[in-house]
Design a protein. Structure first.
Length: 368
């Protein structure tokens, strides 16, 4: 009897989605041949709610390894709204279960971030066979050490910082570069270190603007005519750390600085140091374009392992990658006074790990 496997991509796009879809498909066809049928759910959970899906064939998955975005389309359908019946009077959970049944699915693969996985868990609790795949440039999904899309975003953000160095030095400016990451600073931390940023501000470490300015001034006294500040879009100061999110968001809006702290930081640095300061926001470029070689391999690993789980009838779980870590404490970075915990990845590359066997811990955990 043929097994029907659904695939959807939900939330913000990122490099590696198509590579993962391809990895799933190629592994399923290799394992099951003509005994598998793949159904593409269009535009994420919106497609599952509205019954928007299509039958797919092997040709659909050719030539997409290096393609950015997602061939299935994606939309943001917030988890907090899944059980809320809105003006359209649609019971979203019931509608998704109905589409799952009408499409005659045996399993549904959900590629996405935290919100996607929350909804995936909800559907699993409702009795559907679900497998999650961790996608986000923020690298902040519980249970996995790395997510596909992250390393490509690091490369892009690092390239931005590299390029800003030359204009900052030429014009004797302080440049504040806003890096994506609302609740997690992995992307800002990695790209900031890789790009040689002088100051790195993360959501996890509230900043003191006086100490930031002092670091800029120290560099100037030592002969540096510029400074690079990498600012996570979710960075908050020490005062805001003691407030509720709604409170400091309202305070920022009232002051006219927008939702992030970057413009406020730039204004304060220029005022306190006297150095000309500018803001650079690469924005959505950080999650666009072709995936890096690293993410192509990682995405293929995830996809291949998900196909393995489909073949063994394991569900109600998410594929994850565990990487040996060593923890180093960095107190001072390029003269700045920010304290950062930096996780140095030691990749143990061998044939078995490249085949995805470094994710076998999932089954070990299930058997406990």
């Amino acid at each position: 009897m043929k097994k029907r496997v659904g695939i959807l991509t939900s939330g913000g796009d990122c490099p590696g989605l198509n590579a993962t879809i391809r990895g799933v498909a190629k592994a399923l066809y290799a394992r099951m041949g003509d005994n598998v049928e793949i159904v593409g759910i269009l535009n994420g959970y919106s497609g599952l709610i509205n019954g928007d899906y299509k039958e797919m064939c092997e040709d659909d998955f050719r030539g997409i390894l290096t393609l950015g975005g997602t061939i299935l389309g994606t939309k943001r359908t917030p988890f907090k709204m899944m059980r809320v019946v809105e003006d359209d009077n649609i019971d979203k959970v019931a509608a998704m279960k109905k589409t799952y049944k009408e499409a005659k699915l045996d399993c549904l693969l959900c590629l996405g971030g935290n919100g996607t996985h929350k909804t995936a868990n909800l559907l699993s609790q409702e009795g559907l066979n679900i497998i999650g795949l961790p996608k986000t440039i923020d690298n902040d999904i519980y249970g996995t050490d790395v997510t596909f899309g992250f390393h490509t975003a690091v490369d892009i953000a690092t390239d931005v910082i590299d390029r800003i160095h030359t204009t900052a030095g030429s014009h004797s400016r302080v440049m504040c570069i806003e890096i994506m990451g609302n609740k997690a600073g992995w992307l800002t931390l990695y790209s900031g270190i890789a790009g040689g940023a002088d100051i790195i501000l993360l959501p996890e470490q509230p900043y003191d603007i006086d100490r930031v300015c002092s670091a800029v001034e120290r560099r100037a006294k030592k002969g540096s005519n510029f400074s690079i500040i990498a600012v996570a879009e979710g960075a908050i100061n020490c005062e805001e750390a003691g407030m509720k999110r709604k409170e400091w968001m309202a305070k920022r809006a009232e002051a006219g600085f927008g939702t992030t702290a970057t413009n406020r930081i730039a204004q304060a640095v220029q005022k306190k140091t006297g150095m000309e300061t500018r803001v650079c926001i690469p924005g959505h470029m950080q999650r666009g374009g072709s995936p890096s070689a690293y993410d192509r391999v990682l995405a293929t690993q995830f996809g291949s392992y998900a196909a393995k789980l489909v073949g063994t009838n394991l569900n109600a779980l998410s594929a994850a990658m565990k990487i040996p870590l060593s923890v180093n404490y960095v107190g001072v970075l390029s003269g700045c006074v920010l304290m950062i915990i930096f996780y140095v990845l030691r990749l143990w590359i061998d044939v078995e790990k490249l085949r995805g066997r470094n994710m076998d811990y999932v089954e070990e955990e299930l058997s406990r």
